[in-house]
Design a protein around this ligand. Sequence first.
Ligand code: ACM
Length: 680
Amino acid sequence: MRTLHVLVIALSFSPSLAAMQMPSTFSLMPVPAKVQAGSGQLVIDQSFTAASTGTSDGRLEHGIARFLDDLSRQTGMPLTVRPSDAAHATLAIHAQSAGRKVQELGEDESYTLEINASHATLTAPTALGALHGLQTFMQLVAPTPAGFAVPVVTVNDQPRFAWRGLLIDVCRHFIPLDIMKRNLDGMAALKMNVLHLHLSDNEGFRIESKRFPKLQELGSEGQYYTQAEVREFVAYARDRGIRVMPEFEMPGHSRSIVVGYPELASQPGPYKAGRIAQTEPALDVTQDKTYKFLDKLIAEMVQLFPDAYLHIGGDEVDDRPWDSNPKIQQFIRAHGMKSNRDLQAYFNQRLQKIVRKHGKIMMGWDEVLHPDLPKTVVVQSWRGQESLAAAARQGYRGLLSYGYYLDLIWPAARHYAVDPMSGGAASLTPEEQQRILGGEACMWSEHISAETIDSRIWPRLAAIAERLWSPQNVTDPKSMYQRMDEISGRLGWLGLTHESNYVPMLRRLAGREDIAALRVLADVVEPTKDYTRTEIFPQPPVQFMPLNRLADAAQPESTVARHFSDLVDTYFQNGEQKSAAEAQIRSWLNQWQQNHANLQSLLEQSFLLTEDKPLSEDLSALAAAGLQALDALDKSQSLPDQWRTDQLTVVARSNTPRANLLLMVAPSIQKLIDAAAPRH
Ligand code: ACM
């Protein structure tokens, strides 16, 4: 449990912040719509009770039981007292209604939490809002001199966007349900409300079909969810205020479908599932039997997924199989179409009628956008903010995913800066802006496994969750990072392994218990960004490639490098903190400079670490350069051009992927080098 962290936003200096009515955010994430801090606190000891005084609702009762469990685990205190009368519980929870039987987009998720020195009240129009309010209360609990406590405060909160999602790709790497469930717990803690389950792709078909069993038998390598498991999983999500939307990819990304049913493909096959190099198939969308198959498959799948939305993929269709099939090209000409793109639009129109017949609203990636599609179709934008705006202008509702791809290993601040209403959307009319429903982070799983997925999602997803929930003017990355660091620790109590797996993975690399020197290096590297990961995952993709290197153990965003960068900035601001900052910078640089001598023999002993030796050498070299630069700056000396040239060679290497890693302290050390050896 971290200390209660009161972030007082510079209220007196900034009238626009005052208008935000956000005197303090404590450590709350996402930042609520309105927080009014009082004075004093409500102590939470073992007499603490929580009970519902409003509508009786199974989902809320489960939520309260879970809340008490979590509170007990996070404080280490058994909480066994039941209130004699719900109205006299320490925390009295009043939901006016249970909410919809099937959770709907746009349901009221607001809540009001009032805490005074003797008790607390949580009120909400629906059980959904009450569940969110419980998460807020939990985040306020912290140790104080008088015991665990929450501050006296009033929170009035509601989300900015109705759709706050996470896509998990369970195709490229299968993710078992226990791991999926703990990620739902994390999402609920951050008030996210949609899990987008990417269930079929070239590499795997991950759900049981009783109607077409060859889908999972031949298309999954034995890794799929049974229907009973899916039902239980969807109920688990509902209990946490999370909708589950399935995605079945078509007409491209469909190899795992045509493995068992090659008659649906545009070329005869045969096909194989899994992470192998094989030409991308495309469904033959000119034949009626393809639609009959999809009609029956969708009829079966909608029984498992009560959500109103069904995602049909539609992205990145490799249309070469259409080009090389004379029957398909003849069909295009006979129907007066101009291109394969028109053929995909024809397919989407027929598919949309099937989806609608089964009571669902069709959703697709932005490639599905075509003037012939009905306006009910929802567009998910992954190629840019312009396509989201274009869809909204044409009357379609849409979601933003561009800018929220967790697999690109961007820093949280970069995701945080992407707003669904910025870019092209900023020039939309208010009516068009209404069509932007929110956003979804995407966790594509080419380079993650069941072991590493938590650390690739968390804690960075918290920044995107805040972007989608909090008021638009909540944008300060410094505040975000402070709160994200706090939340990261709290997420560990839910069973998420993004922090707890780090040391075991480093020990595996080292083959021994003492990893002190390895950790010094691991703490300052990050996996390469964007789509650059190819060195230890060679192309074409190889099945079941181990993901057990330093690039897999390393955190997506180095906290040490971020703090070091802040120290260097403080040093150059030349204020009263300068000498304290310099002392800390020197302490880091000394540690890094000596580290390679401590680490070298280990790097030579484990085959998993050999590739990291040049990085370790360069960390020491960079640190030495940083120390020389500080010495020169202290004496107001200028170091020679040749020295700068030599050091910048090391900096450039460090900024270039090696072993799929970057040395993240290089840019800050470069600032010291540049200052000590200025260009003339
Ligand atoms: C996508 O990333 N192709 C949706």
